[in-house]
Write a protein that binds this ligand. Structure first.
Ligand SMILES: NC(=O)c1ccc[n+]([C@@H]2O[C@H](COP(=O)([O-])OP(=O)(O)OC[C@H]3O[C@@H](n4cnc5c(N)ncnc54)[C@H](O)[C@@H]3O)[C@@H](O)[C@H]2O)c1
Length: 343
C-alpha cells in the first residue's frame, strides 16, 4: 500500500489527484496541506486523513511515501526538492518548474535520493495519443513533414479554486508564464512525445490580447502563444495556445505525413482519424481527452503508483519532461528577443 499526501489542495487536486488516488486499490490517501489551512482541513474531513499545519510537518511524517504537488507554478521546484530530500516520491503538476535550471535540479535531486519524480503531463497518457504515437512510429502516415497542435479555451478565471480576474494564473510572480506555461506546455511536450523527436529551433510570438485584471488593466502574462517548431528529424509545424478562445475548447493535433494526414481530437466521436494519400479513410473511436468541464480519468495517478511499485521508468519521468521544457524556455526567449532560438 502506498501512503500518499496532497500539497496544494486546489482545483486540480480536487478534480484529478484526489479522485484518482481514492479510486486506486493500492493507495491510502493520508494527508493534505495547503497555504489555505481551512481548505486542507475540509478535504481531510471529507476524505479522511490529516491536515498538516506546514509542509515541513507533512514531509517529516514517516508514514507518507508519496506526494502530489498541486500548487502554483513558482513553488514547484522548491517543494519538489524538499519532498525528494525528505525521501518522498513526487508527482509534480505541470509546468515542471519555471526555469530550466530548476527543472534540472529537480531531476538531479530525484536521482541523488533514489526517488521517483513524475510530472503531470497527462496528455501523454490518453489512449488516443498512445495509439497515435504507435501508428506514427509504424509509418502509417509515412514520414512526418508537418503538424499543427493547439490547446485553446476561454481561460482559467473560473477554473481556479480562487476564481476571478485576479487569479494567480494571471500573476507573473506566481505563474511565471501565461498561457504558454498553462496550455502551451502540454502541446510542446506532446508533439515531441508523439513524433519521438526533439524541437531544435523555435520562433515564437506571445501576445496579451484580451485578459484584464479586475481593475481593467491588461494582465502581465500572455493570453496567446504562437510558435513555429523545427524538429530534429526535419518536420516543421505550429503550436498554438490560447486563453481567448470563447467558443468550444480546442485540444487538437494534426500531423501531415508523406502518405497521409492524421487528425487527433478533431472530431467529438472519432478521436483519431487517418486520411491516406490513396483516399482510404480510417476512423478510430477511442476516448475523450480531459477538458476543464469534463474530467475523464487521466491515468496519472495509476502511472505514478505503478512506477513506484514496480520501480521502473515512466513516460512521465522528470528526466524526459525536462527535454520538452527546453522547447518551452526557448519559445519564451524567442518571444522576448524577437529572434529564432536554437534549442
Ligand atoms: N495537468 C493539467 O492539465 C493541469 C490542469 C490544471 C492545473 N494544473 C497545474 O496544477 C497546479 C495547481 O493548479 P490549480 O488549477 O489546482 O490551481 P488552484 O488555484 O485551483 O489551486 C492552487 C492551490 O495551491 C495552493 N497553494 C499555492 N501555493 C502553495 C504553497 N506554497 N503551499 C501550499 N499550497 C499552495 C493554493 O492555496 C490553492 O489551494 C498548477 O501548477 C497548474 O499549472 C495542471
Amino acid at each position: 500500500m502506498v501512503k500518499a499526501a496532497i500539497i496544494g489542495c486546489g482545483k486540480i487536486a480536487q478534480v484529478r489527484h484526489i479522485p484518482e488516488y481514492l479510486e486506486h486499490q493500492a493507495v491510502n490517501l493520508v494527508g493534505f496541506y495547503d497555504l489555505n489551512e481551512k481548505r486542507a482541513e475540509e478535504l481531510a474531513e471529507k476524505y479522511g486523513g490529516k491536515a498538516y499545519g506546514s509542509v515541513e510537518e507533512l514531509l517529516a511524517d514517516p508514514q507518507i511515501d508519496a506526494v502530489s504537488i498541486c500548487t502554483a507554478n513558482h513553488t514547484h521546484a522548491e517543494l519538489t526538492i524538499k519532498a525528494l530530500k525528505a525521501g518522498k516520491h513526487v508527482l509534480c503538476e505541470k509546468p515542471m518548474a519555471i526555469t530550466l535550471e530548476e527543472c534540472q535540479r529537480m531531476v538531479e535531486c530525484a536521482e541523488e535520493n533514489h526517488r521517483k519524480l513524475l510530472i503531470g503531463q497527462n496528455q501523454r497518457l490518453t489512449r488516443t495519443h498512445q495509439m497515435a504515437r504507435k501508428l506514427i512510429a509504424d509509418g502509417e502516415i509515412g514520414n512526418v513533414l508537418s503538424f499543427q497542435t493547439s490547446f485553446q479555451h476561454s481561460g482559467p478565471e473560473s477554473w481556479s479554486v480562487d476564481a476571478g480576474k485576479n487569479t494567480w494564473f494571471f500573476q507573473k510572480k506566481a505563474a511565471a508564464m501565461g498561457v504558454m506555461g498553462d496550455l502551451g506546455i502540454h502541446k510542446t511536450d506532446l508533439i515531441q512525445y508523439l513524433l519521438d523527436d526533439q524541437i531544435v529551433e523555435v520562433t515564437a510570438e506571445f501576445s496579451t490580447l484580451d485578459k484584464c485584471y479586475e481593475n481593467g488593466e491588461k494582465i502581465d502574462v500572455e493570453d496567446q502563444a504562437l510558435c513555429i517548431y523545427q524538429m530534429k528529424h526535419g518536420a516543421v509545424g505550429t503550436m498554438r495556445a490560447s486563453w481567448v478562445c470563447y467558443g468550444q475548447e480546442d485540444n487538437s493535433t494534426i500531423i501531415y505525413g508523406s502518405d497521409g494526414v492524421m487528425k487527433i481530437y478533431c472530431d467529438p466521436r472519432y478521436s483519431l482519424q487517418i486520411e491516406k494519400k490513396d483516399g482510404e479513410h480510417i476512423l478510430y473511436e477511442i476516448d475523450k481527452i480531459q477538458t476543464n468541464a469534463d474530467q475523464t480519468s487521466s491515468g496519472v495517478i495509476t502511472e505514478f503508483i505503478r512506477s513506484i511499485e514496480e520501480d521502473t521508468a515512466s513516460v512521465l519521468d522528470g528526466k524526459q519532461i525536462v527535454n520538452s521544457m527546453k522547447g518551452v524556455f526557448a519559445a519564451i526567449q524567442s518571444n522576448q528577443l524577437h529572434i529564432k532560438v536554437m534549442v
